[in-house]
Design a protein around this ligand. Structure first.
Ligand SMILES: [Fe+2]
Ligand SMILES: [Fe+2]
Length: 231
């Protein structure tokens, strides 16, 4: 849009991604804490979903490390302490992430039990959620100060979108819409035309309850919403 050059970066998509991540981590804890809800089939499926999730988290972090932090540092050298912390927090997450990936593969292969996977998941959740909150606060404050919205969209395109196939993009967007309560201001910021919202986005926000497409369907985890920190 022409006014994207004139307005500051709106980092809504970052908030949506982080909220979807927190939502699924919370849902996975619920399943792993209730082995009764975890048939062998669902356990394998949960493992596959966690591997998809951790792959997307790595893609997300590497895109930030390679494209975003250097760009923000160039525009705002005084932000170096915050930007260095962003990269350091990503690095610190690597070890618990590796452990979770190991146990997610174990769930798929049937060699990891729910309690081992839960321990690995809980070890990741604390440093990851602290990082997400820090980034949404201080990291995105710098982005909104020094980038136009057009530059933000160009960063997203280069870092994250260009590498996806069409099928991967559809799966990713459906995942991100899951459990979102689309209040009017969020809908407006997302620029969602009403027909697209009512026919596609709104139904997708209920997908967790649908058996078949959702690993969470029929369990208490399906009730967990995607909650964004207030803008
Ligand atoms: Fe992020
Ligand atoms: Fe990050």
């Amino acid at each position: 849009m022409p006014d994207d050059l004139a307005r500051p970066a709106d980092t809504l998509t970052m908030s949506l991604f982080h909220a979807a991540l927190r939502r699924d981590l919370e849902r996975a804890v619920i399943l792993l804490e209730n082995p009764g809800a975890l048939s062998p089939r669902r356990s394998r499926r949960l493992g596959r979903h966690l591997l998809w999730l951790t792959g997307n988290l790595r893609w997300h972090h590497e895109g930030e490390d390679h494209y975003l932090w250097p760009l923000l540092l160039e525009r705002d050298p005084d932000g170096s302490a915050v930007l260095d912390a962003m990269k350091a927090e990503h690095d610190a997450i690597d070890e618990p992430l590796l452990r979770l990936e190991f146990h997610a593969r174990g769930l798929v292969a049937g060699r990891t039990g729910p309690s081992e996977a839960l321990t690995a998941l809980n070890a990741l959740i604390k440093p990851l959620t602290e990082h997400l909150a820090h980034e949404e606060g201080e990291g995105m404050a710098i982005a909104s100060r020094v980038l136009s919205h057009r530059e933000w969209k160009e960063f997203e395109q280069r870092a994250w979108i260009d590498g996806f196939t069409a099928a991967q993009s559809v799966r990713f967007l459906a995942w991100m819409a899951d459990g979102v309560e689309w209040q009017e201001p969020v809908r407006r910021r997302a620029g969602l035309p009403a027909p697209l919202y009512w026919t596609v986005v709104k139904p997708l926000s209920l997908i967790a309850r649908v058996p078949g497409p959702s690993v969470w369907a029929g369990t208490p985890a399906a009730r967990i919403k995607s909650r964004m920190a207030p803008a």
